[in-house]
Design a protein around this ligand. Structure first.
Ligand SMILES: *Cc1c(COP(=O)(O)O)cnc(C)c1O
Length: 371
């Protein structure tokens, strides 16, 4: 049976090393923020090449904590792509700020810098909200166009928060994802490229002052003393158990990353009937999803049914762009406002991809699609 993601095979691979540590952990009593959490933070900051890593309870918290640390809130505008997972915009709303939706590029699926600048100018001319930050998303693992994004960010004095929930491990000319934002957020949700066995996330930065504020926000805005609260924070602590799991998974991560790339490459060279994603020439990407485009919504339906009949699981990431979600109705966007995001939502779907797929499985899927 073909799996969309194969957690079980991966578990069998790390089980022997993992289980004795879990037993010690269960007897230790240090269930939350134990020493392995700090060890993981040290290893991850080295891995992605940043001064500070702050783990936290989810990828959503990893976006929320930077926004809180930057004091972004009511009357502030934060620019986000419309074609992404809901949490990118939700974190902005949770601090009381307003997400301003930006259309994406048809090939990379990432935020369109020209439209970003257009939306910033719109907000400035309306004179109601203060532009504060941009949250580019590295969708499906492809690193966004940070050169252009930073030239815009500098022009308008905006922070850049990299949403790297799907791109842990991706590189652009040897610079790793999670090193592109003033602050960078990733997620350890199981289905992400670097997933744990529950919820988790991390923020990266080189800024000591921001790191210290985020460190405090992670645990209810605590000061040096635990029961001295300096600011409003969260309960966003990280479980020791998840850190132990991730320390073990980090050892096999590069190998898994290369396997994913091999599978994506096989798909891209053999599928003839659909528009396949291309790895940018100067990037190595994590392939959080392998997403293809059908010619129309009806064709997508046709392919999805065909794959379902033959027992191949699929997903649609994402069927509704955020500016048309019911939750954001109050912002007044309408159909036609962000045409590329809307078109992608109608035609995109994702094929199974995980490091443990074999050639037979890939060929089976390719044949269904090519016939
Ligand atoms: C998964 C995801 C998040 C949120 O991460 P959680 O760990 O599920 O809270 C944020 N942004 C993007 C782009 C994601 O894919």
């Amino acid at each position: 049976m073909i799996k969309f993601i194969d957690f079980q095979t991966q578990y069998r691979r790390i089980k022997e090393n993992l289980l004795p540590q879990i037993e010690i952990f269960l007897g230790s009593g240090n269930y939350i923020m134990g020493k392995q959490v700090y060890e993981l933070e040290e290893q991850l900051s080295k891995y992605v090449g940043r001064k500070y890593c702050l783990t936290c309870a989810s990828g959503t918290d990893a976006l929320l904590i930077p926004l809180m640390a930057l004091n972004i809130g009511i009357n502030d505008a934060v620019f986000v792509p419309s074609f992404t997972f809901f949490a990118t915009a939700e974190s902005v709303s949770l601090v009381g700020a307003t997400p301003v939706f930006v259309d994406v590029e048809p090939n990379s699926f990432n935020i369109n810098p020209a439209h970003l600048e257009y939306q910033i100018e719109q907000v400035i001319s309306e004179n109601k909200l203060n532009p504060k930050a941009i949250i580019p998303v590295n969708l499906f693992g492809v690193i966004a166009d940070y050169n252009k994004i930073y030239s815009i960010a500098e022009k308008y004095n905006l922070f850049v928060i990299e949403d790297a929930a799907q791109s842990f491990g991706s590189t652009l000319e040897n610079k790793k994802s999670c090193s592109f934002g003033n602050l960078s957020a990733t997620s350890f949700y199981p289905a992400k490229p670097f997933g744990c066995y529950g919820e988790g996330g991390a923020v990266f930065t080189d800024d000591e002052d921001l790191y210290n504020r985020m460190y405090s926000i992670r645990v209810h805005g605590q000061g040096i003393d635990r029961y001295v609260n300096e600011r409003i924070g969260l309960n966003a602590r990280f479980d020791t158990f998840q850190a132990i799991v991730l320390l073990e998974k980090l050892k096999i991560f590069d190998d898994e990353f290369n396997q994913r790339r091999k599978i994506a490459n096989k798909y891209s060279t053999s599928i003839k009937t659909l528009k396949c994603p291309v790895e940018p020439y100067n990037q190595k990407i994590s392939w959080a999803q392998y997403s293809v485009l059908a010619d129309s919504k009806d064709y997508r339906e046709f392919y999805l049914n065909k794959l379902k009949e033959k027992g191949v699981p699929t997903g649609i990431y994402y069927p509704i762009p955020l500016h048309l979600q019911k939750a954001y109705e109050f912002l007044g966007y309408k159909k036609g406002d962000l045409p590329i995001s809307e078109d992608l939502a109608d035609r995109i779907f994702s094929l199974p991809i995980h490091p443990y797929m074999n050639d037979d499985e890939i060929n089976y899927i390719v044949e269904i699609l090519n016939n």
